[in-house]
Design a binder for this molecule. Structure first.
Ligand code: SAM
Ligand code: DTB
Ligand code: SF4
Length: 330
């Protein structure tokens, strides 16, 4: 008999769409059951972000405040000094973060920046934090150097389903993203890969994204589900501000399907929590989300303050994950 909680890599798009089409209570019940099979559902992994190089990015991702193609009023800045980053990581750790994620608004990593990044990464790791970075496209050699510097996770999102991708970004291909993910996997680093929901895509596109993730050679160890933060001045942000945001129930469905198709991944309730009700967040935790970003800032936009999340956790009986689970290569 097929065990629905065992990781599979042979999902068909039709099967993923069928999960989306389940009656909502049935979908959430199934996802909650699978969640319990692999994790303690009261535990949530806590990551904190820092933008170590902001703005002026050469890519044209239609949702992004940091693309040089759009006027979002954001001030670009240079790569931060490692000591400044390490000091911020220390504060993040003192505030309860378990993983520290350094983000740079780059199309691809340049070799000349590697020494500074290596100093940053090894300094953050020496604090006893898990390390993560998101620096754009990587070559296999660069992935190996980052791994050698002490990088545990690399974040690189597929962002949306393959059919909607060209409506989001035209300066790189889906295959470019898949190639970087392969370089990360081959280096032995853990992968953090997910996407954005609420960019005007169809349910089939959301299923397409989760199908692409579930049929990778290895499931993502961490799977961020971002709710679009509609940034004024970006084409997708402006369109969503005019036409309305995605229904919360559909967002919760996406979280539940992510849990079902990648059962051992840390499913992260990522961007968009600042404007999400406590009730919707609770529903997402029930539907299998078990990771969040903490601290009042994501990269360039707001996130709930620490005490707001502490109150939510107290009211829901949730607690930070005791020992971050070892990456589950499924
Ligand atoms: N430049 C690198 C890259 O794109 O891979 C790393 C940084 S980029 C900001 C990381 C991810 O943040 C994107 O892939 C996207 O999924 C997410 N993101 C960016 N802007 C967002 C927004 N306005 N709302 C939701 N998610 C967003
Ligand atoms: C991910 O999937 N979400 C994070 C992280 N990976 C790098 C970024 C969210 C960014 C939200 C918009 C901003 O703050 O600029
Ligand atoms: Fe650049 Fe990343 Fe923003 Fe795209 S999402 S414009 S690659 S910073």
């Amino acid at each position: 008999m097929i065990d629905p909680a065992q990781p599979r890599h042979d999902w068909t798009l039709a099967e993923v769409e069928a999960l989306f089409a389940l009656p909502f209570p049935q979908l959430v019940f199934q996802a909650a059951a699978v969640h319990r099979r692999w994790f303690d559902p009261s535990e949530v992994q806590l990551s904190q972000l820092l933008s170590v190089k902001t703005g002026g990015c050469a890519e044209n991702c239609g949702y992004c405040s940091q693309s040089a193609s759009f006027d979002t009023g954001l001030r670009a800045s240079k790569l931060m000094d490692p000591q400044v980053v390490i000091a911020q990581a220390e504060q993040a750790k003192a505030g309860g973060a378990q993983r520290f994620c350094m983000g740079a608004a780059w199309r691809e990593l340049k070799d000349r920046d590697l020494p500074k990044l290596a100093a940053m990464i090894s300094g953050v790791k020496a604090l006893g934090l898990e390390t993560c970075a998101t620096l754009g496209m990587l070559t296999p050699a660069q992935a190996q150097e980052l791994k050698a510097a002490g990088l545990d996770y690399y974040n690189h999102n597929l962002d949306t389903g393959p059919d909607y991708y060209a409506a989001v970004v035209t300066t790189r291909t889906y295959q470019d993203r898949l190639d970087t993910l392969a370089a990360v996997r081959d280096s032995g680093m853990s992968t953090c890969c997910g996407g954005i929901v609420g960019m005007g895509e169809s349910r089939r596109d959301r299923a397409g994204l989760l199908h692409a993730l579930a049929t990778l050679p290895a499931h993502p160890d961490s799977l961020p589900v971002n709710a679009l933060v509609p940034v004024a001045g970006t084409p997708i942000g402006d369109k969503v501000r005019r036409e309305g945001e995605l229904d919360g129930l559909e967002f919760a469905r996406t979280v539940a399907v992510a849990r079902l198709v990648c059962p051992r991944a840390m499913v992260r309730l990522s961007a968009g929590r600042e404007t999400m009700s406590r009730e919707l967040q609770a529903l997402c935790f029930l539907a299998g989300a078990n990771s969040i970003f903490v601290g009042g800032r994501l990269l360039t936009t707001a996130n709930p303050e620490r005490d707001t999340d502490a109150a939510l956790f107290a009211d829901l009986g949730l607690r930070p994950m005791a020992e971050p689970a070892p990456p589950a290569r499924a």
